[in-house]
Design a protein around this ligand. Structure first.
Ligand code: OFO
Length: 172
């Protein structure tokens, strides 16, 4: 059985994952409208992954005798300025999510809930992957600068990165 404190903290993370999914969905739509097809595909996929992260938490909370609450969400912005700025935002967002996961791990230890602590290790590993992926993409963006041909190749490559990262995801 989850303690009330841990249940509340887990519900907070459910919301964070749901908002992450919405944020990346908004980025996907923005990129699609701008004709950045590969980037849009990458973001749609990323949005789906965040939904998976949310679902995994919901199932866990309910399985442990808690109640996963589905709450209203903060609307993401709809304009991201440039694809460079958008990926920088994605990176900053992942850093924020990692911190949120770390705080949650801390609560699980405070509450001496080792099952939850163990469950959360999947998220700890996932955040390492996601931050590393975002940094790799930002490095590529810095390399191409304002080169249009570079953007064409980047848009194509980022689609492949999405496929590769899916294959390398930590198993459930
Ligand atoms: Fe849920 O991993 Fe990104 O945010």
């Amino acid at each position: 059985m989850l303690s009330d404190k841990l249940e509340t903290a887990l519900n907070g993370q459910i919301r964070v994952e749901a908002e992450s999914s919405q944020t990346y969905l908004s980025m996907a739509s923005w990129a699609e409208v701008k004709g950045l097809e590969g980037i849009a595909q990458f973001m749609y996929k990323h949005s789906d992954e965040e939904r998976e992260h949310m679902l995994k938490l919901i199932k866990y909370v309910n399985e442990r005798g808690g109640h996963a609450k589905i709450s209203d969400l903060k609307a993401p912005k709809t304009d991201f300025g440039s694809f460079q700025k958008m990926f920088e935002e994605l990176y900053q967002h992942e850093i924020f999510v990692s911190k949120s996961i770390n705080d949650l791990v801390h609560v699980s230890l405070e509450e001496k809930d080792y099952a939850t602590h163990n469950f959360l290790q999947w998220y700890v590993a996932e955040q390492i992957e996601e931050e590393a992926l975002a940094r790799t993409i930002l490095d590529k963006i810095n390399l191409i600068g304002n080169d249009k041909g570079g953007l064409y190749l980047f848009d194509r490559d980022v689609k492949l990165i999405a496929v590769e990262s899916a294959a390398a995801e930590p198993s459930e």
